[in-house]
Design a binder for this molecule. Sequence first.
Ligand SMILES: [Fe+2]
Ligand SMILES: [Fe+2]
Length: 193
Amino acid sequence: MGMESAELAMGGKAGAKAPRDWGRRLRQGVRSLLAPVLPLDVSPARALLNDAQFALFCRMRRAEQQHALRVHATVQEQAEETPLELARAALLHDIGKIRCPLSVLGKTWAVLLEDWRPRASNQWPSPERVAFWQRPQYVMSQHPAWGAELAEEAGLDERTCWLIAEHQTPLPRWHPHPDGTLLQRLQAADRQQ
Ligand SMILES: [Fe+2]
Ligand SMILES: [Fe+2]
């Protein structure tokens, strides 16, 4: 897929909540369930990450590693050139989930709850005060910020950490960011995979 089509897919929705694609959600759920029997080739991660960052990658669940590798492959297909920061962010964009791993059921619950009662990431109380039934939604909302912290601790650069931190944030078209195109590529690949 060319980057133009990726941008078009993204551009029309920038700044607005994208509608849920239930077919894609179902496919993701089935892939998660099949993770133990689906192949896992971590060589792209081994090639692009240093020892500490690769150790971090390996702490993700098998299904998350497979997803991250698919997102990485997709960003590579979007354009002839992929900056190293984007490639690394693709591999580690969901690393924040290792702080509180969710089951397939938990992720499904988070998606349903987000549709029914969406919450901005700054609306949450302290972690101890989040009700148990809201925890999956809380994790899904906070994992970009947690991921950026973990990536920074593992020595990743500012641009990669920014991409990880913002990978769920719709960019307003009226306030372009210098790395907005890279973020759009990451978000388009993440939605696709
Ligand atoms: Fe994510
Ligand atoms: Fe993701």
